[in-house]
Write a protein that binds this ligand. Structure first.
Ligand code: ADP
Length: 267
């Protein structure tokens, strides 16, 4: 794992939850005793239920589980798109569960990048403009935003597609633009919800290679996925069921080798 291990899970601790040491500020993202409920009375749904998660800087965490078990809600709460009903949420050293909407938006703009299954690019903006937009919203000058967008387009292998509209790009290329957009403000953590869910195998491999390259640069990821090839590239795999974590596995040594083969990545 890149960035040093500050939290660990072993067989003995699985039942009691992960052994975590270090102050919350030292992690890219932290959830402590977090629950999220929707609705009320007979319509009440507990989407996540008393979850604890410490994501170390430079770590990639994959979250798997059946549809409806709370994976997207976890990402939304971690990234400040949704408010926890109870518990503490920390992003890049900021406690976000109790802050004002304005403060939350400010922290979110710089601390977190989102990648969605259906890309969520603006159709009428070019690839470059899509990437620039969050930088401009965060107060960067247009010159800075443009320079950063070009750097990112190069790093995701789309330097020659800067002026293309999303409609002129393949699914894999759109997702690489969306990943570049997520990175534009150098977020502490990228939260990706089924990032390869709409991609064919070749495009999935391109995205996995890109994630691998970004992890090499020290980027932190939490990735919700149904795809074992994606999960295989993580440092840690969390299984969810009914809003709770039911298992955590650190993917090192014996597991990482065959799983990396499964993902089709070299090394
Ligand atoms: P997953 O991502 O694992 O498919 P979700 O986090 O989307 O699961 O949903 C978890 C549960 O919370 C589901 O029962 C879902 O119907 C419910 N849920 C999610 N978002 C809302 C919402 N905005 N309002 C009401 N219920 C919701």
């Amino acid at each position: 794992m890149a960035g040093g291990v500050r939290c660990g899970v072993d067989q003995a601790s699985r039942q009691a939850g992960p052994v975590v040491t270090g102050a919350v500020e030292q992690f890219a993202a932290v959830a402590r005793g977090v629950s999220k409920e929707y609705g009320r009375d007979s319509g009440l749904v507990r989407a996540i239920d008393g979850v604890d998660l410490h994501v170390a800087i430079g770590e990639t965490v994959a979250v798997m589980g059946p549809s409806g078990c709370g994976k997207s809600t976890l990402l939304h709460v971690l990234g400040g798109l949704d408010r926890a009903s109870t518990g503490e949420v920390w992003l890049a050293g900021h406690r976000i569960d109790g802050v004002s909407e304005r403060e939350l938006a400010r922290i979110r703009r710089t601390a977190v990048g989102f990648v969605f299954q259906s890309f969520h690019l603006m159709d009428e903006l070019t690839a470059r403009e899509n990437i620039e937009l969050p930088a401009l919203l965060a107060g960067r000058s247009s010159r800075m935003a443009r320079r950063r967008a070009h750097e990112l387009l190069d790093s995701v292998g789309l330097g020659d597609r800067a002026g293309h509209l999303p409609s002129a790009l393949s699914g894999g290329q759109r997702q690489r633009v969306a990943i570049a957009r997520a990175l534009v403000n150098q977020p502490s953590v990228v939260l990706a919800d089924e990032p390869t869910g709409n991609l064919d195998s070749a495009a999935t491999l391109d995205v996995l290679k890109l994630f691998k390259q970004l992890r090499g640069d020290g980027q932190t990821f939490v990735i919700v996925t149904h795809d074992e090839r994606v999960a295989a590239t993580a440092d840690r795999l969390i299984s969810m069921r009914d809003g709770a974590f039911i298992d955590e596995t650190r993917l090192t040594g014996k597991t990482a080798g065959p799983l990396a083969d499964l993902a089709g990545l070299d090394g």
